[in-house]
Design a protein around this ligand. Structure first.
Ligand code: SF4
Length: 337
């Protein structure tokens, strides 16, 4: 079946996905179980998120998103690669990430329809939909899940890194409104948002926002801030691993309704000082390794999106070894677990 004229002829594919789809030769330390695609255009995104190499004013390479490179391929070849990889059970989901530009919605809609017609695979999209009508159209076109990124944990930080002060089109209130509308259309647990740890928020602020998202039926996926050369935030540091681990546990407890933000205690610096969960229970949870795996849609493991394979590994894309779990316990030793 030929692709429709609205479907973009070219598309970016994350390097690891391109190898799994047979588009490039290479070896990878951890294979992605989702094929990550990104809309292609010669120019950058019209938005201006301060952490993003695709941002309008960033000086970064145009083939980068986070620390991953995304070479361009013919969409037709990518679709064939996805069909084969799904047949071999190498790929369980396709995630389409979208830049912002004037006719992006037409491209996205056509792309989702095309993938849906060609391959029986779950489709997630990570985008900035315009309104509830466009969210509905994406669901009808075959998207199984949608992600609408908040990225920042507070309204003030959001404005600074993505909103008006950053020269971007996004507004905190509107993002929450779209997330709620998306839950009404896609259903609870089918809508995600990204939260980046390390943009200047406190642990209390991050945990509070995680709770707010979960309360409205939105699944928060955690990312560690990653400085990319050429972006506004290129000189900022990655978050402390201990802070990241505490937030991963808090997210796990909230998501699984083991504890709420209001139950947790914070010290004078607003770091988590007590999860208000029995030590024995906490230890069991840590030993499962689950809180420290990549978070997001089912089968999304985003290998090395935030970290070098040499570490520190913020989000594990694979089963965590006992040695690594012991190290994680050491990172959390403050809590006597
Ligand atoms: S909207 Fe997405 S691609 Fe565009 S600058 Fe922001 S994070 Fe980057």
């Amino acid at each position: 079946m030929a692709i429709s004229k609205e479907t973009p002829k070219r598309i970016r594919v994350s390097l690891g996905s391109a190898i799994v789809l047979g588009l490039l030769e290479g070896t990878i330390d951890a294979e992605p179980t989702t094929a990550y695609l990104m809309t292609y255009r010669k120019d950058k995104c019209t938005a201006n998120c301060a952490f993003c190499p695709q941002a309008r004013e960033s000086q970064s390479r145009t083939d980068m998103l986070s620390r991953i490179s995304w070479p361009v391929f013919l969409t037709e070849k990518v679709l064939n690669g996805i069909a084969e990889a799904v047949k071999d059970s190498a790929i369980k989901r396709v995630c389409v990430q979208v830049l912002n530009y004037p006719n992006v919605f037409t491209h996205l809609l056509a792309l989702v329809k095309t993938i849906n017609q060609r391959v029986k695979v779950f489709i997630s999209i990570s985008c900035q939909p315009l309104n509830s009508e466009s969210i509905r159209q994406l669901a009808e076109a075959g998207a199984e899940r949608i992600g609408i990124p908040l990225d920042a944990a507070t309204e003030e930080l959001f404005d600074k890194v993505k909103g008006l002060s950053a020269g971007g089109p996004y507004r905190w209130e509107n993002q929450f409104k779209l997330l709620s509308e998306a839950v009404n259309i896609f259903g609870k647990a089918k809508v995600s948002t990204h939260l980046i740890v390390g943009l200047g928020e406190t642990e209390r602020e991050m945990v509070n926002t995680i709770q707010k998202c979960v309360d409205i039926g939105v699944l928060p996926a955690l990312f560690a801030f990653t400085p990319i050369s050429g972006t506004t935030l290129e000189n900022n540091a990655q978050p402390q691993i201990q802070k990241y681990r505490r937030i991963q546990i808090a997210r796990h407890l909230i998501l699984n309704k083991i504890a709420r933000y209001e139950d947790m205690r914070f010290d004078t610096e607003d770091c988590i000082s007590d999860f208000n969960v029995e030590k024995k229970t906490l230890r069991k949870i840590i030993q499962t390794g689950t809180p420290f795996l990549t978070s997001g849609c089912p089968n999304c493991n985003r290998p090395y999106y935030n970290e070098k394979p040499s570490g520190p590994i913020y989000n594990y894309p694979r089963t965590i070894s006992q040695t690594e779990l012991s190290e994680i316990e050491r990172q959390l030793s403050l809590y006597g677990v």
